[in-house]
Ligand binder design. Sequence first.
Ligand SMILES: Cc1ncc(COP(=O)(O)O)c(C=O)c1O
Length: 208
Amino acid sequence: MEPIYLDYNATTPVDPLVVEELLPYLREGFGNPSSSHPYGKKAKEGVETARKRVAGLLGCDPAEIVFTSGGTEANNQALIGTAMANREKGNHIITTAIEHPAVLNPLRWLEGQGFAVTYLPVDGYGLVDPQAVRQAINNKTILISVMHANNEVGTIQPLAEIGAIAREHDILLHTDAAQSVGKIPTRVDELRVDLLSIAGHKLYAPRG
Ligand SMILES: Cc1ncc(COP(=O)(O)O)c(C=O)c1O
């Protein structure tokens, strides 16, 4: 008997429409987008079109999109990049106890580099209390990272409320949206997030 694939939160098959879009770039449009010759220009055009489409999906500016190999790399870049860039302002980061290892592991690494991380608990529904986020803030807090939708139980966190608290205190808010983009509306302004990670292979793009 053929097994039935039911693990779409782990990864998805590549959509045939995505294959159609990609094929011309795998065949003739394979140039380095930084090259000035026609092969490079064609690849650059493809990258910039993709950038605009992703920005449209998230409601942000195309210049704010950074392409990565997936969720793990995006989280590493967002968390470690933000922490290191704001080191002089403070060393405290707030997160939740239920983040994916792709968030928890870079945060543990940052602890080894002198950062202090507060891991907030969640209630019986997997929800983090925005007031607990407020109470955890101190004058060294530079970053809050709370996932959008949970990968195991699907809880959707109150990001807009947390975002309002973060803005009141001038603290950056990151969200791991690997499980929400493509499934529920995920617009950066509505969620009031400064950084948001996506994993393309969870919404019908190729892995990596
Ligand atoms: C919430 C969440 N974040 C991050 C990741 C890691 O993404 P990737 O496999 O693209 O590195 C996953 C994958 O399962 C996930 O569910």
